[in-house]
Design a protein around this ligand. Structure first.
Ligand code: SAM
Length: 315
């Protein structure tokens, strides 16, 4: 936006409407400054690790100052897969899913595979993860990334996630939908690439795709199972409204709280947006607000209620 986009003023107005003027001012400042780089120590690989500052409340996760980013990227541990460059918000979204060894997990929008790696590590490479990605280049990058990182419990599917639930039926213990979105929370005023595709139409198109993906994800979730829906967009159209629609269509689905480490800037799901009603349960959703380390992320945890004949195997 940097002053030359016709959508800049619109984006700024919307941001203030969503998070409030004070928070929007902080976020705009954050978006104009270089960020710290997070990295996660991969227990599925061996080797030494670079120096970094431990991220409070997030075991295995460190960060370095912006100026150290290049050194980190070229460090042998990053090349070998012993450490994976990732933002704390991504780690938080995976933690909210609470996967266990032996689970059958669906990662419905998986490339380049950062969250799939965290899932595999939490499952000690046991059980099975189905990782879905429709874009060829990203799909192949994901396969290479996860192979390099020592992941062995993933089956890869080059496919549109919207058709998956219909094909699999309700079989997964856990489903992650890290949905494709308008990427609003990734905007950096100093990086034109990060906002050149933002426009109101992008928000609308993303929401349409997200609705299809969320329906597919919920169809694939077994009774008693848990799913996490997240986006890196601030837009209520892509977050609260998408989930409100799904709750209407799936009366057997409820929302559960997401917990955050102390000190993380966040706000709860909005109670309404531009006069349109949002399901009151969305107050349990969380919008992590971007700062010098954390990326902005909307996260909600959903559970499909167990039917009377559901087994007690889901824990
Ligand atoms: C936010 S990114 C996922 C990041 C990934 N979970 C990670 O942590 O590395 C969203 C992904 O969804 C993919 N995508 C786009 N349309 C899709 C669809 N119809 N079905 C499944 N995935 C889709 C995009 O290509 C992109 O790779």
């Amino acid at each position: 936006m940097a002053g030359d986009s016709k959508y800049e003023a619109l984006f700024r107005e919307r941001l203030a409407e969503i998070v409030g003027e004070d928070r929007a001012a902080d976020i705009r400042t954050t978006m104009a400054r270089p960020k710290r780089q997070g990295f996660w120590v991969n227990p599925l690989a061996d080797g030494g690790i670079p120096d970094g500052e431990l991220v409070e409340g997030m075991p295995g996760l460190y960060s370095v100052a912006p100026a150290e980013r290049e050194n980190l990227t070229s460090h042998p541990a990053a090349q070998s897969g012993r450490v994976y460059l990732i933002n704390p918000s991504s780690v938080l979204a995976v933690a909210a899913l609470d996967v266990r060894p032996g689970h059958e997990v669906l990662d419905l929008a998986a490339a380049p595979g950062g969250k799939t790696l965290l899932l595999a590590a939490a499952m000690h490479n046991s059980g099975r993860i189905a990782a879905v990605e429709p874009r060829k280049a990203r799909f192949h990058r994901m396969c290479a990334n996860l192979g390099r990182c020592g992941v062995t419990n993933v089956e890869f599917y080059l496919a549109d996630g919207r058709g998956v639930g219909r094909k699999t039926g309700a079989r997964f213990d856990r489903v992650l939908l890290d949905a494709p979105c308008s990427s609003e929370a990734r905007i950096r005023w100093d990086e034109p690439d990060s906002y050149e595709h933002w426009k109101p139409r992008k928000v609308k198109e993303s929401a349409r795709k997200q609705r299809g993906l969320l329906r597919s994800a919920l169809t694939a979730l077994k009774p008693g199972g848990v799913m996490v829906y997240c986006t890196c967009s601030f837009a209520p159209e892509e977050n609260e409204q998408v989930v409100t629609g799904a709750l209407g269509a799936y009366p057997d689905v409820d929302i559960e709280p997401v917990s955050l480490p102390d000190g993380v800037a966040s706000m709860r799901g909005l109670p309404q947006w531009r006069g349109r009603v949002i399901d009151a349960r969305l107050a349990l959703a969380v919008r992590v607000l971007p700062d010098s380390l954390w990326d902005g992320l909307f996260v909600v945890r959903l559970r499909k209620k167990a039917g009377i004949r559901a087994s007690a195997s889901d824990s």
